[in-house]
Design a protein around this ligand. Structure first.
Ligand code: NAP
Ligand code: F7E
Length: 333
């Protein structure tokens, strides 16, 4: 069979690293778009660096996207790159729009110019449902985003649908609900909690400051979710899919389970910090992934309690290694 080539933007992020692993397992030649950085930001894909090919490109720079596609000549493009942290989108709404909204149009235009046969995946988000109009949310639920991030992702979603309808591109939008893993950034609440629990358990911290404990999310495992991305691009026809577990839990539930996993009571350590509340909150998201189950044969394999446990275990191991390393440093002459 001829070589299959895939290009992943955002390859240095949580999902990019898992998707690159999946594509390599499937025999793809994998290209990744990375931004130039003055520091080290490839830690999530360090173990893959001998197997993937990195190209400098930025969603803010149209020509870099064209050059990247000409070099990689991909059959499939997965657009995972984004300013993905919701609170920052109030501080940098223009940047968020440039990357998460206009950046998608730039990439679609580059595909149209270089090779319209490329199959395209857009990383859309349950944040587009925002103040959700129905429960649970599916592909037909009206959108009501509540943050500049959600608004920008809504443009990215519709421009993807529009290029499919206008130019016949094989363009899919995956409406993914929150998905987490030990590779999640520590600014997101799941990893903030599991890292905090590990630090408290190992005596490095005394408390964990959180914002809105009542917010409910449908949390799944990132490794399951990148499989759905790949499946979307293997179908006969392009379409949009909600990817979710169908269960919602509160931030408080997450904290309770994570502390209980190490034999502690969350109430003894969690402090509510009003400065961490958002100008407009998304109170309750829960997804209906029936279409993905029916058409892609996709199902989540990891449920909430298992997800919390695996993240706490991973952070305990990481923090313990940090402690050992710092002791080693201290006793060196
Ligand atoms: P992440 O860990 O924050 O990764 C984001 C990636 O985008 C990083 O590789 C980052 O590169 C890159 N990036 C940021 N700005 C860029 C730019 N201007 N040009 C090129 N690359 C840029 O996010 P994630 O959790 O893996 O999420 C992947 C995608 O899915 C994102 O689009 C996110 O918005 C979306 N999404 C995520 C979830 C979730 O629960 N994880 C749910 C729905 C949708 P650096 O390493 O250089 O910063
Ligand atoms: O917040 C509440 C916060 O930042 C979840 C991104 O991947 O998923 C993610 O966006 C909830 C919110 O994720 C803290 O108010 C309480 O209600 O982990 P988060 P998010 O905003 O849902 C979607 C699907 C994406 O697309 C995004 O890219 O937790 N919360 N206390 C807190 N949140 C944070 N970050 N920190 C706290 O201390």
């Amino acid at each position: 069979m001829s070589e299959r080539r895939a290009l992943v933007t955002g390859i240095s992020g949580q999902d990019g690293s898992y998707l690159a692993e999946l594509l390599l397992e499937k025999g793809y030649r994998v290209f990744g778009a990375v931004r130039r950085s003055s520091g080290e930001n490839l830690h999530r894909i360090q173990h893959l660096l001998g197997d993937i090919e990195l190209i400098h490109a930025d969603l803010l720079d149209q020509q870099s996207l064209v050059t990247m596609l000409r070099r990689a000549r991909p059959h499939e493009v997965y657009n995972l790159a984004a300013q993905s942290y919701v609170p920052l989108s109030w501080e940098q709404p223009m940047l968020t729009a440039e990357v998460n909204a206009v950046g998608v149009a730039r990439l679609l235009e580059a595909i149209r110019l270089v090779n319209p046969a490329i199959r395209f995946y857009q990383a859309s988000s349950s944040e587009m449902f925002g103040q959700a109009r129905e429960v649970p949310q599916n592909e037909d639920t009206p959108l009501h985003p509540r943050s500049p991030y959600g608004v920008a992702k809504t443009y990215g979603h519709y421009i993807t649908v529009n290029y499919r309808e206008s130019y016949g591109l094989f363009a899919c939008s995956g409406i993914l609900f929150n998905h987490e893993s030990p590779r999640r950034g520590k600014e997101f609440v799941s990893r903030k909690i599991t890292d905090g629990v590990a630090r408290i358990k190992l005596g490095l911290a005394r408390e964990l400051r959180l914002g809105n404990l009542a917010a409910k999310r449908d949390w799944g495992y990132a490794k399951d979710y990148v499989r759905a991305m790949w499946l979307m691009l293997q179908q006969d026809r392009p379409s949009d899919y909600v990817i979710a577990t169908g269960e919602a839990h509160s931030v408080e539930d997450f904290a309770r389970l994570a502390f209980a996993h190490v034999g502690l009571q969350w109430r003894d350590f969690v402090r509510v910090d009003p400065t961490l509340f958002r100008p407009a909150e998304v109170d309750h998201l829960i997804g209906d992934a029936t279409k993905a189950g029916r058409e892609l044969g996709w199902q989540p394999t990891v449920r909430f309690p298992e997800l919390v446990a695996l993240m706490v275990e991973a952070d305990l191991a990481l923090v313990a290694a940090e402690v050992r390393a710092s002791r080693g440093t201290q006793i060196r002459p």
